[in-house]
Design a protein around this ligand. Structure first.
Ligand code: MF3
Ligand code: CO
Ligand code: CO
Length: 247
């Protein structure tokens, strides 16, 4: 899980560095595919329930699961990149939203709040806590800053497959029981945060999730290991196996 996580993290960094005005999302996806391959890994998304791309690229009001195509990235866009890789039978899953050149003040605040919400959630990923403690921390930080959390898509357990039990929502559902966290569990915590209303819809391509009001959305994700002490972020470039460093 550490190796898979590190590869996902490094690919995400590589892809973020490739983003610039004028490139198409198709070119970004092809670049991602080549980076995943050169680490000896495979996309965990390509072919998942028929998903047609190597990574998810979601622009501005697109929340998650954007499909690469002929759209050209522009200065001021915010791009959510979600990378899932399989390596030696294990999956690492990580995402972040990057601004292209510069973005609006509100989009930058959205990115900052989503990043902080992810870390607020991770800080609750402690043995003895419950999943709902993560959900509450994420939701509280987002709503205290005037933004909203998406309900329809959630974080998840991750291991040999990309989506495992338990679900890790970014909001608290009253009256719902919630799994206790134990050392050795690996979960993907992934706030999806909207600048306006929380309502989303799926485009006719069957994949791209967009905000209903057209306002921007941001997404940040880490795969995290529950330990006996602090949570360990597995999608961390520093853990890249030595033999893969020069790839
Ligand atoms: N965004 C999802 C996650 O991080 C996975 C995407 S599945 C795909 O859990 F099929 F859309 F790629
Ligand atoms: Co992901
Ligand atoms: Co995920």
């Amino acid at each position: 899980m550490r190796a898979a996580g590190a590869i996902a993290a490094v690919v995400l960094e590589d892809v973020a560095g490739f983003i610039r005005p004028g490139v198409t999302t198709q070119e970004v996806d092809e670049f991602a595919a080549s980076r995943i391959r050169c680490y000896g890994a495979a996309s965990a998304f390509l072919g998942y329930r028929g998903y047609p791309c190597s990574i998810c690229i979601s622009v501005n009001d697109e929340v998650v699961h954007g499909i690469a195509g002929s759209r050209r990235i522009q200065f001021g866009d915010i791009i959510s990149l979600d990378v899932g890789v399989r390596y030696q039978g294990y999956v690492g899953d990580t995402a972040k939203t990057v601004a292209v050149g510069g973005c609006s003040l509100i989009a930058q605040k959205l990115i900052d709040v989503t990043t902080q919400a992810l870390y607020e959630g991770i800080s609750c990923a402690l043995s003895g806590n419950r999943v709902v403690d993560i959900s509450r921390a994420v939701q509280k930080h987002v709503e205290a800053n005037g933004f909203t959390v998406v309900r329809e898509f959630v974080g998840h357990g991750v291991g040999r497959t990309v989506h495992e039990e338990p679900q890790v929502p970014n909001f608290v559902e009253s009256g719902k029981s919630s799994v206790k966290l134990r050392p050795g569990m690996t979960i993907a915590i992934e706030p999806m945060v909207n600048a306006g209303s929380a309502v989303v819809k799926v485009l006719s391509d069957g994949w791209t999730v967009v905000t209903q009001d057209g306002l921007p959305s941001a997404h940040m994700e880490h795969t995290v290991l529950i330990t006996q002490s602090e949570p360990e972020i597995l999608t961390c470039p520093e853990n890249l196996p030595f033999a893969l460093k020069a790839k």
